[in-house]
Ligand binder design. Structure first.
Ligand SMILES: C[S@@+](CC[C@H](N)C(=O)[O-])C[C@H]1O[C@@H](n2cnc3c(N)ncnc32)[C@H](O)[C@@H]1O
Length: 334
């Protein structure tokens, strides 16, 4: 997922509440238009790369098939039977291992339903995203589910406000019906109204720093891919709803001169790593990709340009972020 620099000129408030009417797209500034063009070029390049990889994979499969056939053709009848049998048992063994892992994963995810950290992905923003942003969010959610399933202590994931285009695209994911996840059409604020005091909206715009995770709390991640076009929207939503907010303690571990807005999957991964390690620093460093850190400029210091949508190395050249580790924070904590 890729990182982009915050576009100050594109900052603006939505004309109405996120859960309310369907606001028009904000007009794009010259700067934002340039970024959009870059984004489109990037998407085209990405699609081309994907097609090349697909082609290469096809060739590899064909090559391996041919090698196998050649091997079989070059041996005696008896040796051929042995080779086929050994391949068959290897496959069987592999499949057995896979289904064992799958069973363990199901067990972990079911256990998380009872005692895992509750984490919501709020899907009420689909009206504010372009089709390609919605697609990107769906990919991020798929990634989130996969990462959660591999975790030794997975979270109990909720998708709330799962309607319309978001739901349609999620339904298209293979196996989505069987995902061990809470799928909720209602907003979290309705579905969990009896737990309103425990809801904590995670947002980079909060004054409150998340020092630790609390099993009683339910953390909400804004399901939004907006290249920070809708700056402050989750903070505003949480304030309007009267629920708590908190930001990740990035500033306590990484000093950055740019925005600390991360992607949905990065935030979830950081939370999951923290659940596993209880170490924020390790969690940030494991999740935020190495190449997103500014080594040349900071020497031993670290840089993260892990804003949302972060895989665009071509864009990164122009926006190296100066940063370094810091040792303490003086924020309000949650
Ligand atoms: C791509 S960001 C969306 C940015 C959006 N403009 C907003 O106002 O939240 C996706 C979500 O990840 C979470 N997030 C990203 N960076 C965060 C940070 N530094 N601290 C806490 N939550 C963060 C928030 O829940 C955010 O809504």
């Amino acid at each position: 997922m890729e990182a982009i620099e915050e576009d100050q000129s594109a900052k603006m408030d939505p004309p109405c509440s996120p859960s309310g009417c369907n606001p028009p797209e904000p007009p794009l500034s010259k700067n934002a238009r340039k970024k959009l063009l870059k984004q489109q070029r990037y998407e085209a390049k990405k699609a081309e790369k994907k097609a090349q990889e697909k082609e290469q994979k096809k060739k590899d499969i064909e090559r391996k098939r041919k090698e196998w056939e050649d091997t079989l053709a070059s041996v005696t009848e008896e040796e051929r039977a042995k080779l086929i049998e050994s391949r068959r048992s290897l496959r069987k063994e592999r499949m057995g291992k896979r289904s064992e892992e799958k069973e363990k994963k199901i067990e972990r995810l079911n256990r998380a339903k009872d005692c895992g950290q509750k984490i919501i992905i709020d899907l009420e923003f689909s009206d504010l995203m372009t089709p390609s942003e919605i697609h990107s969010l769906v990919q991020q959610i798929m990634y989130c589910y996969a990462v959660n399933g591999r975790c030794p202590s997975p979270g109990h994931l909720w998708l709330t406000g799962c309607n319309g285009e978001m739901e349609t695209q999620l339904q298209r994911l293979p196996g989505f019906d069987k995902w061990i996840i809470e799928k909720e059409h209602r907003s979290y604020i309705d579905a969990l109204q009896d737990q309103k005091e425990n809801l904590v909206y995670l947002t980079a715009d909060s004054e409150t720093v998340l020092d630790d995770l609390d099993l009683k709390k339910i953390y909400i991640i804004g399901g939004l891919v907006d290249r920070n076009r809708w700056k402050g929207i989750t903070m505003k939503k949480a304030q309007e709803q009267g629920i708590q907010t908190a930001k990740l303690p990035i500033g306590s571990y990484l000093k950055m001169s740019s925005s600390q807005v991360l992607t949905v999957n990065q935030v979830l991964e950081i939370l999951l790593k923290y659940i596993e390690t209880r170490d924020w620093k390790a969690s940030f460093f494991q999740v935020v990709p190495q190449r997103k850190r500014c080594e040349a400029e900071c020497n031993s210091d670290h840089a993260v340009d892990g804003e949302e949508n972060g895989d665009r190395d071509d864009e990164q050249e122009s926006k190296k972020i100066k940063c370094g580790e810091v040792s303490s924070s003086n924020h309000t904590t949650l």
